[in-house]
Structure formats: structure tokens, C-alpha cells
Write a protein that binds this ligand. Structure first.
Ligand code: HEM
Length: 203
């Protein structure tokens, strides 16, 4: 790997660092790292993510149909999130009102960087969820255990190989926008949190 092939991933990491930190500290996500994490707090995160991924994955499907990413393909996370939700005391997915628009491959790569990199948070979050809530990679915590699939490594290898095809700055801007869209969506979820929980007849 030459220094030029490393630079898009470095640019993405450095260019989104502040956005990542801001997101990590969002009041909906902060409890994930607390020893007081409750099932209700965790469920809110999964419901919020489900709305966001539903909106994004519609776009990914449309945009990526004509694009070949050698050695990499995006595996939808929505099925995992919906499966997790089915095991949790929340059943309302909050629709994403900040409809993200991605119109070309540069923007797609920037967005995929955020979604694939998000699996790395799972490395630290999944063991905590298992410890505090007794959820597992087969029940209630499939999304946060997705890091085991290694798609982050495949994505990085693909970007390193194809980096000269991309407009780095457009990719970085799209990555920042993806972080910020999720932040806005979480704000929306927070302000609608009264609607989030609906009684399930079996609880
Ligand atoms: C409480 C929530 C979160 C925690 C604790 C967390 C934690 C982490 C950790 C520990 C890493 C690995 C850093 C490293 O290897 O140096 C990481 C990487 C990353 N996370 Fe998060 N994360 C959280 C939420 C998110 C969310 C919601 C997203 C996006 C949807 C996200 C996107 C990323 C990206 C893109 C990377 C890769 C950075 C890089 O190496 O280029 N994270 N996160």
C-alpha cells in the first residue's frame, strides 16, 4: 500500500473525527457506554437506527446497482435491527425525516465509510450489551455484533485499491453529512420519544 492509497481512509477518518465524537456523545447514544444501561435505553437506540438505516438503505440499493465494488458488497443492516427490535420492548421504528441524498459513487463511498466504520463501535458496545442486558449476537444484539463479519476490512481494502477513482473531498463531505444526518435523526427521535414506546400485548 502506498501513501497515496492510504490517504482517502486517513482523510475520511480525520475529516469526520469531530462528527463522530459529537455523535457518540448524543444523549441517546451515551448510555450505551454507561454501566447503568437499561433495556429501554438500548431499545431506543435500535429503534432510532432502524429508521435511519431504512432511509439510507433504499438509496444504497438504487445507487449501487450499476457500481462494482471489487471484493466488497454492502450487507443491509435493517434486517438485523428489525430482528433485534422483535426481541426488545419497543416496536415503533422512528421514520427518518432527514432524507439523505447521495447521487454519485464518491458520495456513496463516503456514506459507506460511515456505515462500515460504525461496526467498530460494536466491538466495544456488544460486550457491554451482553454483560448488562444479557442480549447476544443471536437475540437482541445482532446489529452490534455485525463487526464479526469483517466487512470493515473488506471495505477498507476496496477503498485502498480504488482510491484514485474517487474525489476524496466529495467522499469526505458525504461522510460528514451522513454523521450529521444521523445526529439530526437522533434529535428527532429524542423529541418524539413519547411516541417511541408502544405497549406490546405480550408484555
Ligand atoms: C456510543 C456510540 C459509539 C461508540 C462508543 C463508538 C466507538 C468507536 C470505536 C471504539 C471505534 C474504533 C476506533 C479505532 O479503531 O481507533 C469507532 C470507529 C468508527 N465509528 Fe464509532 N462509535 C459509536 C458510534 C458510531 C456511530 C453511530 C457511527 C456511524 C453511524 C460510528 C462510526 C464510526 C466510524 C466511521 C469509525 C471508523 C473510524 C476510522 O477508523 O476511520 N460510530 N467507533
Amino acid at each position: 500500500m502506498t501513501s497515496s492509497t492510504r490517504s482517502l481512509l486517513v482523510l475520511l477518518r480525520e475529516g469526520t473525527e469531530a462528527n463522530h465524537q459529537r455523535l457518540e456523545e448524543h444523549p441517546l447514544l451515551r448510555p450505551l457506554m454507561a454501566s447503568t444501561l437499561s433495556l429501554e435505553q438500548y431499545s431506543r437506540v435500535i429503534a432510532a437506527f432502524a429508521g435511519f438505516y431504512a432511509a439510507l438503505e433504499r438509496g444504497i440499493q438504487e445507487l449501487s446497482s450499476g457500481i462494482d465494488f471489487p471484493g466488497y458488497h454492502y450487507e443491509p443492516r435493517l434486517p438485523l435491527l428489525l430482528d433485534d427490535l422483535a426481541a426488545l420492548p419497543v416496536c415503533t421504528v422512528v421514520p427518518c425525516t432527514v432524507a439523505p441524498e447521495y447521487s454519485n459513487e464518491n458520495e456513496l463511498v463516503g456514506m459507506l465509510y460511515v456505515l462500515e466504520g460504525a461496526t467498530q463501535g460494536g466491538r466495544v458496545i456488544a460486550p457491554r450489551v451482553q454483560q448488562h442486558l444479557a442480549l447476544s449476537e443471536t437475540s437482541g444484539a445482532r446489529y452490534f455484533n455485525f463487526y464479526r463479519q469483517d466487512s470493515w476490512r473488506e471495505f477498507r481494502a476496496m477503498v485502498e485499491k480504488r482510491q484514485e477513482h474517487y474525489d476524496c473531498h466529495r467522499a469526505r463531505d458525504a461522510a460528514c453529512a451522513t454523521f450529521d444526518n444521523l445526529y439530526s435523526h437522533l434529535e428527532h427521535c429524542l423529541s418524539n420519544s413519547g411516541d417511541l414506546f408502544s405497549e406490546r400485548h405480550d408484555q
